[in-house]
Design a protein around this ligand. Structure first.
Ligand code: SAH
Ligand code: SF4
Length: 365
């Protein structure tokens, strides 16, 4: 089988070129063609000798998932559904904002971690994506968004907030991240690439060592009792350990804070008392909060917190001096909001709804 160049970061590409007796600088040249210019075949690579192009065409290819869905919502949010194999599809979402464009990408088809409020978790786990399948999301989006001459790049930020737990697929993710950062590929700064984790501590340590980028941590609860229930990985790595891991991460991170994501679930984790209970946690690590209004999906068993509740929750944190942003719900009509991907399309629910009702509803505070 031909080698898929989308699987290779610069180092791997150079090694592959060496293995076919070519000079390493050719690898960089090809890297630029593939990623900066989005070349889909070798004929396009006009500054490369015809003989080398022919050799490349024999031994290599750019093999990306097929685009099986492409929808744009009224606010400009665009979602692609990519078929990664006969049974699985993942999506990526482009969110344009003034002055920046964020691409939200997936790292796994499905997820093993089964957070109570997550539609990806409800689908069960299918498999890890390869480096090529992760990078292809960027490669495809760049091509379809186009890049007008002289205009700013459409994609300025990448967030690993689509399907899957990135820290459980670091072998494939790290080379993909390196390509995102590589000036000969996507040239994004480390601060503009964000990995989101539900708190897989060993993965955080490894990422810090091997490829530190901005980090978002899905906190979602102020105490272990509740977090154990809605983010089950907490039973393995409880909040105390998670915070220690955040502090270790910050020693390497390109930003001097961790972003805590906090999904706003009506009458589950959104009381004033729970906001106050976050303060001692926030005191232990430099952090910002990103409140995410829950994106409902059928039979989730949860509801989105009321806007007024979210506002009050934010205010308590802000009064304590914390920086808080509340995520705008975007792309609702196409189910493209980050954190709720592929739910409708791949409705292959394997987990029974019985698991979902285990969340007792707290008395309103
Ligand atoms: N597995 C990683 C990254 C993917 S999920 C993680 O859990 O962090 C990206 C974010 O979306 C996480 O904070 C996740 O908790 C949140 N999320 C999942 N389902 C959601 C939903 N239905 N509504 C709002 N946010 C959700
Ligand atoms: Fe997996 Fe993240 Fe969904 Fe939890 S929230 S099930 S870790 S994708």
């Amino acid at each position: 089988m031909r080698v898929n160049l989308l699987d290779l970061d610069a180092g791997a590409m150079q090694r592959w070129f060496a293995s076919i007796g070519e000079k390493p600088f050719r690898a960089r040249q090809v890297l630029r063609w593939v990623h900066q210019r989005g070349a889909q075949d070798f004929d396009a690579m006009t500054d490369i000798a015809r003989s080398l192009r022919a050799r490349l065409a024999e031994g290599a290819e750019m093999r990306a998932p097929a685009i099986v869905g492409d929808s744009t919502s009224a606010d400009g949010t665009r979602k692609w559904l990519l078929k990664v194999d006969g049974a699985n599809a993942v999506d990526s979402v482009y969110i344009p904002e003034t002055g920046r464009g964020t691409l939200c990408i997936s790292s796994q088809a499905g997820c093993t971690l089964d957070c109570a409020f997550c539609s990806t978790g409800k689908q069960g786990f299918n498999r890890n994506l390869s480096t090529a399948e992760i990078v292809a999301q960027l490669w495809i989006a760049n091509r379809l968004l186009g890049r007008k001459q002289g205009a700013a790049r459409p994609i300025t930020n990448v967030v690993l907030m689509g399907m899957g737990e990135p820290m459980l697929n670091l072998d494939a993710l790290i080379p993909a991240l390196r390509l995102m950062l590589d000036d000969d590929a996507y040239g994004l700064s480390r601060r503009r690439v964000t990995v989101s984790t539900s708190g897989v501590v060993p993965g955080m340590d490894r990422l810090a060592e091997e490829c530190p980028v901005a980090l978002a941590v899905s906190l979602h609860a102020p105490d272990d009792e509740l977090r154990d229930r809605i983010v089950p990985i907490n039973r393995k790595y409880p909040i105390r350990e998670l915070i220690r891991a955040c502090n270790r991460y910050l020693e390497h991170a390109p930003r001097d804070f961790i972003t805590f994501e906090y999904v706003m679930l009506d009458a589950v984790n959104d009381s004033a008392a729970q906001a106050r209970a976050l303060l001692p946690i926030a005191a232990k690590v430099r952090c910002k909060f990103n409140l995410i209004p829950f994106n409902p999906f059928p039979h989730s068993g949860f509801e989105r917190s009321k806007p007024e509740t979210i506002r009050r929750f934010a205010e308590i944190l802000q009064r304590a001096g914390l920086t808080v942003t509340t995520r705008k719900t975007r792309g609702d009509a196409i189910d493209a909001a980050c954190g709720q991907l592929a739910g409708k399309v791949a409705d292959r629910t394997r987990r029974t709804s019985a698991r979902r009702v285990a969340i007792p509803v707290r008395e309103a505070a």
